[in-house]
Design a binder for this molecule. Structure first.
Ligand code: VGL
Ligand code: ZN
Length: 208
């Protein structure tokens, strides 16, 4: 029986060592989101963590494209792809969650980006925009209709997760102080504007 979708889930995106200071794809102040995530995980009964989880031969790594510089772009069958420094390799220390993140509070961990030939920013779909991660089915089964989202990086994985969540019919609240961005060529402002325009509600964590 389909549950009434009146519940809220907290979705914590990619709070992993490689996206924090000292990591392979460090986001400025990335570790600043950890206390925010911990506070909210203590407050919401259902929290989900996502974990970027790439094989070493992943197609999104510049090192796997002859002569390509990190942060350059290439065309993939599914569209333009940024080529990243090698990051979040399965089982590596960089792929682990930040050691202060209270992961024991999470009810579900979604790994993504494990198919060698396709990247996956969103918690819901890979970058071909059609291969599902399974998260939507999980949340629907549990009667979730509202997502409170935060994490790293604002302009890539958080943005794509928020936009997909809205397209799938969830109400989405973005925790502004719980996110930090990479900002390639203005991508941060563009991502914030796009999420707002598509219907995300912006909030600070103290107000939640
Ligand atoms: C991310 C770039 C590559 C993210 C993941 O978590 O935003 N960005 N892989
Ligand atoms: Zn990645």
């Amino acid at each position: 029986m389909a549950a009434t979708r009146d519940k809220t889930a907290l979705i914590v995106i990619d709070v992993q060592n490689d996206f924090c200071p000292g990591g392979a794809l460090a986001v400025g102040e990335g570790d600043a989101v950890v206390p925010v995530a911990n506070r909210l995980m203590a407050a919401y009964p259902l929290s989900v963590l996502t974990q970027d989880w790439h094989p070493a031969d992943h197609a999104s790594f510049a090192a796997n494209h002859d002569g390509a510089a990190p942060f350059s772009t290439t065309e993939m069958p599914y569209g333009t792809q940024v080529l990243w420094p090698t990051h979040c390799v399965q089982e590596s220390a960089g792929a682990a969650f930040h050691s202060d993140l209270e992961t024991g509070r999470a009810k579900m961990v979604v790994r993504k980006g494990f198919r060698p030939e396709i990247d996956s920013y969103s918690a819901f779909f890979e970058n071909d925009r059609e291969t599902p991660t399974g998260l939507d089915g999980y949340l629907r089964d549990l009667g979730i209709g509202h997502l409170v989202m935060l994490g790293l990086a604002t302009d890539f994985c958080v943005h794509d997760s928020v936009v997909d969540g809205l397209a799938l019919g969830y109400r989405v609240t973005l925790v502004e102080d719980g996110c930090r961005g990479i900002d390639l060529d203005g991508s941060l402002d563009a991502a914030l504007a796009d999420m707002r325009e598509k219907g995300a509600v912006f909030a600070i964590s103290d107000a939640l």
